[in-house]
Design a protein around this ligand. Structure first.
Ligand SMILES: [Zn+2]
Length: 104
């Protein structure tokens, strides 16, 4: 899968279409990703000995095909491509502007 943890992505379809968020978790076996503030399910929990009751919000995994990487320079969803550096290091760059997408 090309999307990695901490990538900034934008949602392309569904009820969260157009939402932007950071990838919190990647589930390669299911082809899914968990994106911050996307597909949030609210659960009511009962108080227990260790936890207070209340409403807990948690992101549910969504299919990776539903998101695209977001380029901060193009300010939109872009395709990414792999670039091989002189030292054989592979980096992912924006297919449009060439900006490196792996930098933090
Ligand atoms: Zn770009």
């Amino acid at each position: 899968m090309r999307i990695k943890k901490d990538d900034l992505v934008i949602v392309l379809s569904g009820s969260d279409k157009g939402k932007k968020g950071k990838v919190l978790r990647v589930i390669p076996d299911e082809g899914k990703v968990v994106v911050q503030n996307v597909s949030v399910a609210k659960r009511h929990t009962r108080p227990s000995k260790t936890k207070k009751g209340g409403i807990v919000s948690q992101e549910s995994p969504i299919f990776a095909e539903k998101v695209m990487i977001y380029c901060p320079d193009c300010k939109e969803a872009v395709k990414m491509k792999t670039k091989i550096l002189d030292n054989n290091e592979r980096i992912r760059v924006c297919a449009r502007c060439g900006e490196e997408l792996d930098k933090k």
